[in-house]
Design a protein around this ligand. Structure first.
Ligand code: TRP
Ligand code: SF4
Length: 330
């Protein structure tokens, strides 16, 4: 398939720890598909992570490398796509400065994501100068590559909207169409809950990680909460009310019909149902786990991929920056 060369798809993730099934279903799976059709640029957004984790900055490097390993293990192909660490391409910061100058404070203060995070995240002090400007750096990420499409989850839509407004304001003020308009490629956020029925999240410790061993997957799956109304094995259950069943639907649809019958006709108990799921999950994640184990033994390769990615990213970024400087300073 020939790629649409003029189109660049950009996305990024903050390196905050191990990736889990939610990341795969809600983002990565889509990235893997997109790279067949588009030129994709994927960044490990460590500057963005630092805005929240400036007091724990020592882990970011390791997390970043770990995330790159997860990406490649999942099928992000360094031959097809550019993957790199954001802080290794300084142009992001230069563009952020240009964009900061023309971004009205009100746009940032009104940002719903910002307000929500200030309210909800109490473990860290996010009342900082940088954090208010989070979307400006995100806009710089996207615009630096003149990206026209950005795969993101719904939670990131306000940020993309800001990016588009910032781009329009730049083009208007400097009377030059430096930045194209960009659209969201909405990835349906994974609705798969964690094993404890809460939102799947690293901080709850309820996620099945892409790098989990067979034992870990089995152990976590067996702790899953089942239909509370199915008390005895002979009681018929309600699959639609059971998290285990939603895992079948999402990850083993070929067994969905059977699981429905085991449950509603009480032909199989919950423990068996979960054991079967554990086997399925183990198989599902098998290829990623194996690729990951291989990659972990070859840190030099990962470093090479990221260095090469930063070099390629820089070659696009430096062209954009030359245009930006010309447009602003003449
Ligand atoms: N803010 C995004 C998140 O938390 C990560 C991100 C940084 C990003 N820069 C980006 C996403 C540019 C899309 C485009 O998920
Ligand atoms: Fe859930 Fe399976 Fe038990 Fe039904 S049989 S309640 S789907 S674990």
């Amino acid at each position: 398939m020939t790629k649409e060369l003029h189109k660049i798809v950009f996305s990024a993730m903050r390196p905050t720890g191990k990736l889990h099934l939610g990341h795969w279903l809600g983002a990565l799976q889509n990235w893997v598909t997109l790279q067949k059709e588009y030129n994709c640029v994927f960044a490990v957004a460590d500057w963005h992570a630092l805005m929240g984790e400036y007091e724990n900055s020592q882990q970011l490097k390791e997390y970043g490398i770990d995330m790159a390993i997860d990406w490649i293990a999942c099928g992000i192909d360094p031959q097809k796509s550019i993957l790199y660490i954001q802080s290794e391409v300084q142009e992001h910061l230069e563009l952020q400065m240009f964009l900061s100058c023309l971004t009205p404070l009100g746009w940032l203060e009104r940002n719903p994501t910002y307000k929500e995070q200030l309210r909800e995240i109490t473990s860290r002090d996010l009342q900082t100068y940088a954090f208010l400007g989070y979307p400006v750096l995100q806009a710089a990420d996207i615009l630096l590559y003149k990206s026209t499409a950005v795969p993101i989850g719904e939670d990131q839509l306000p940020h993309l909207e800001l990016c588009r407004e910032i781009a329009r304001r730049f083009n208007f003020l400097y009377k030059k169409e430096v930045f194209p308009d960009c659209k969201a490629i909405l990835t349906e956020t994974s609705r798969l809950l964690g094993v404890d029925n809460r939102k799947m999240s690293k901080s709850y410790g309820n996620a099945i990680n892409l790098s989990d061993s067979v034992e870990e997957i089995t152990k976590k799956t067996l702790t899953m909460i089942t239909d509370p109304k199915r008390i005895r094995k002979t009681d018929p259950g309600h699959p639609e009310e059971c998290n285990v069943y939603s895992y079948y639907k999402a990850l083993a649809p070929e067994l969905q019909g059977e699981a429905h019958i085991w449950c509603t006709q009480a032909t199989k108990g919950c423990i068996d149902c979960k054991r079967t799921l554990a086997t399925k999950l183990t198989d599902y994640l098998g290829p990623m786990r194996e690729k990951r184990a291989q990659l972990e033994k070859d840190k030099d390769y990962i470093r090479d991929v990221l260095n090469d990615g930063a070099k390629k990213a820089k070659s696009i970024a430096s062209q954009t920056m030359a245009e930006v400087r010309q447009a602003v300073f003449g």
